[in-house]
Ligand binder design. Structure first.
Ligand code: FCB
Length: 510
């Protein structure tokens, strides 16, 4: 484990403008993902130690928001007061995973998962942060998950912080806007290491600090929806596990062949990825960010730089899309694009009326399989091929209203998505990229933050009334893929009406 012990620091720059991003629409598909592969990618295209898994996060699946000593989190309060998702949906019950985790682990086992990425609810194990006691029932809950995963031979891959934290930390000192949050994060991480580190060998400190910053502190769509100064985090390793950070990693391609758009695409990558990953690897923010932000960008002391340098063992890549980048320093752009936080780059999914890839339910998520190879190559080159994990990659259909369950579970598009993205990843790996694992987002449909339950990324459909998990076609595909059964995979794509299996949905045909 490379992480340095004790207090301090990765200071994450929070720069706020009151504006929102605008994505242009278009009517013509790129079409790349609809091409069925003659020779679909196979499990055996990846090394044997490579981990294939699926991911979730606490607030999105657990529910039981006030059970067994858990306190209110920032998301509980945000959604209760503001009303998130459609019709004010929230994560109070989510997928009821708190009560169904044994079923869910059985489901993972039947699927053949080699690893499961999940996050710890901070307010469940430390209801008052460092101002109160550890909640033994919270610890017990995660112990049971971890023990049962290990029993089934599934590697627990734990995100310490994925969006939610005790509301008390917000109310006491403004959470990430105050350096005191470092002490709370250290306490939280320590508690996790001490309680679970004997069995957990893969840790992610924070999920997508770059996105959290933008959504919570710039655009105000996520809690705490206000603006302020830098926030920091600290980790303290103990038991020889590996620790990484998961960054939200879009791929950016130049909109035109102009030199300025090429530079804009490069800048977008630096402002999006370098912002999160340069500090824990090189000990400082990218020079390009300093050029644009000047003295507004906090400076690290030599001690802080030293502490941060090489402080992560691996890079977590959450990748969903590629978009075009357009320069906004020389040409006029939409008002919302003229943001220093984005490096004065406008982004769009459209070029000359043609979309970069098929649209999905998310405004700037397009299906562009080559984007995964490109982003892995970029990160490989920028960080000297440090070990990488694809910690999230997934698809949600653009149709979210009035969809029948039969249509939802017949998710051929999701299969094509994962097949083509995995083929793209395999290509990057054949060219030397040191990627160690791949996690589908998500194991099951869940609460998609501000968008609610109708945006579905899961391999399993979750009935909102009974909480039955119903495997989609993609779950069966993943199962066959993991068994390296290419004939079954090909046959599946011919199936148009999958059988719906209720109640015991997790028991797959073998
Ligand atoms: C990522 C988040 C994850 C989920 C997916 C769709 O940015 O990390 O929780 O919401 O998007």
């Amino acid at each position: 484990m490379v992480l340095k012990s004790s207090s301090t620091i990765h200071l994450l720059f929070v720069f706020i403008f009151a504006c929102s991003s605008k994505i242009l629409g278009a009517s013509i598909n790129g079409g790349e993902s609809t091409v069925k592969q003659e020779n679909p990618v196979k499990r055996s295209d990846f090394p044997s130690g490579f981990l294939f898994g699926a991911a979730t996060s606490a607030y999105q699946v657990e529910g039981a928001y006030l059970e067994d000593g858990k306190s209110l989190s920032n998301w509980d309060v945000f959604c209760h007061s503001k009303g998130c998702g459609e019709n004010g949906e929230n994560g109070d019950v989510a997928d009821n995973h708190y009560y169904m985790f044994m079923n869910d682990i059985e489901m993972m086992h039947s699927l053949g998962l080699e690893a499961y990425r999940f996050s710890i609810s901070w307010s469940r194990i430390l209801p008052r942060g460092r101002f109160g006691e550890v909640n033994p029932l919270g610890i017990m809950f995660y112990n049971r998950i971890i023990d049962n995963l290990v029993l089934k031979g599934i590697e627990p891959f734990v995100t310490i912080h994925h969006e939610d934290f005790p509301q008390e930390l917000e109310e006491k000192y403004g959470s990430w806007l105050d350096p005191q949050m470092q002490d709370d994060f250290v306490h939280f991480a320590d508690t996790c290491f001490k309680s679970f580190g004997d069995r957990v060998k893969y840790w992610i400190t924070i999920n997508e600090p770059n996105l959290v910053t933008e959504m919570g502190y710039e655009r105000g769509v996520y809690p705490p929806n206000h603006c302020s100064q830098p926030f920091d985090f600290v980790v303290q390793p103990k038991q020889g596990g590996l620790i990484g950070l998961a960054a939200n990693c879009f791929m950016y391609e130049p909109l035109t062949d102009s030199d300025s758009d090429h530079k804009a695409a490069e800048r977008a990558l630096i402002f999006n990825i370098g912002w999160s990953l340069d500090p824990p690897i090189y000990g400082d923010y990218p020079q390009e960010m300093r050029d644009y932000h000047g003295s507004d960008l906090p400076r690290f002391s030599p001690e802080e730089k030293d502490l941060m340098k090489n402080s992560i063992d691996f890079i977590g890549i959450n990748h969903y899309s590629a978009v075009y980048a357009k320069d906004c320093t020389n040409s006029s752009c939409s008002e919302t694009a003229n943001r220093a936080i984005k490096g004065f780059v406008d982004i769009t999914g459209e070029r000359d009326g043609v979309l970069i890839g098929e649209p999905t339910s998310m405004p700037i998520f397009f299906v562009v399989p080559r984007g995964l190879e490109e982003i892995v190559n970029y990160i490989k080159d920028r960080y000297n091929n440090r070990p990488m994990f694809i910690t999230e990659n997934g698809y949600s259909s653009p149709k979210v209203q009035d969809v029948e369950v039969e249509e939802i579970v017949n998710d051929v598009k999701r299969i094509e998505f994962h097949q083509t993205y995995l083929a793209s990843l395999a290509k990057a790996m054949r060219n030397g990229a040191d990627v160690r694992g791949y996690f589908v987002w998500s194991l099951m449909d869940n609460y998609e933050w501000a968008l609610g339950y109708k945006v579905r990324f899961g391999l399993h459909y979750v009935d909102r009334k009974t909480f039955d998990r119903i495997p989609k076609l993609s779950a069966r595909w993943y199962q066959d893929f993991l068994k390296n059964n290419s004939q079954a995979q090909a046959d599946l794509l011919g199936i148009t009406t999958p059988k719906l299996v209720h109640k015991q949905a997790y028991l797959y045909d073998v």
